[in-house]
Design a protein around this ligand. Sequence first.
Ligand SMILES: [Zn+2]
Length: 257
Amino acid sequence: MLKILAIPAFEDNYLWLIHDGQHAAVVDPGDAAPIIAALNAHKLSLVAILLTHHHGDHVGGVPELLRRFKVPVFGPRSEAIAGVTHALAEGVLVTIPELALTLSVLDVPGHTRGHIAYVAQEQGWLFCGDTLFAGGCGRLFEGTPEQMVSSLTKLAVLPGNTQVYCAHEYTLSNLRFASEVDSANTELHARIRAEQKKRDQGLPTIPSTIALEKATNPFLRYDSPAILERLEQAGRISSREPIAAFAALRQWKNSYR
Ligand SMILES: [Zn+2]
């Protein structure tokens, strides 16, 4: 039976440790120290490293982990990341025999050019890095709005009960923006209350689920009549063309405080 530990790092990152009580695989180890501490605390030995994209807060701990553990490093084929031993693209299956874990790979460009996501079908887990966030999506640093829409669409068609393990605790701030653009959404307001309660107790809001994201995340609802109307009202779109609406929404979020 596999479990997932959330390892907080930096300001608001989560590094995910998948383990069976003996072996562990880490997703996006931006920092080695908290991973090594967690491995020691839980008496786990590292057997694999999984990377979603090249940003430092996702890969920074790889060299130090490789000094201590000789393990395979899985990462995106179209990004140059030091230490990657298995370069992946959509359609490839990753197997981690020590954990009896199989993950399929999706190409989800937008935040970065080569960003990938990992889906553990049997367990119903999605590791999506900085593509889909709880209540939001990653900034478009290297990709286009078209690419991000297509990437988010791939994630949105996963089963509704898929657990979404994204890489940052941005949820409350994302949902504040969501209520600005989707104010009549009652599920959204219920979610804000529930997530606020978790944060008040010092708990992560992650994982969420694909069903919850589809109901409350404006970046999966950018073509809903309510959000299109709000974008028009705010003078941010001149037509209801979906990609333009998504781009306008992302732009608005970039400057929203
Ligand atoms: Zn990133």
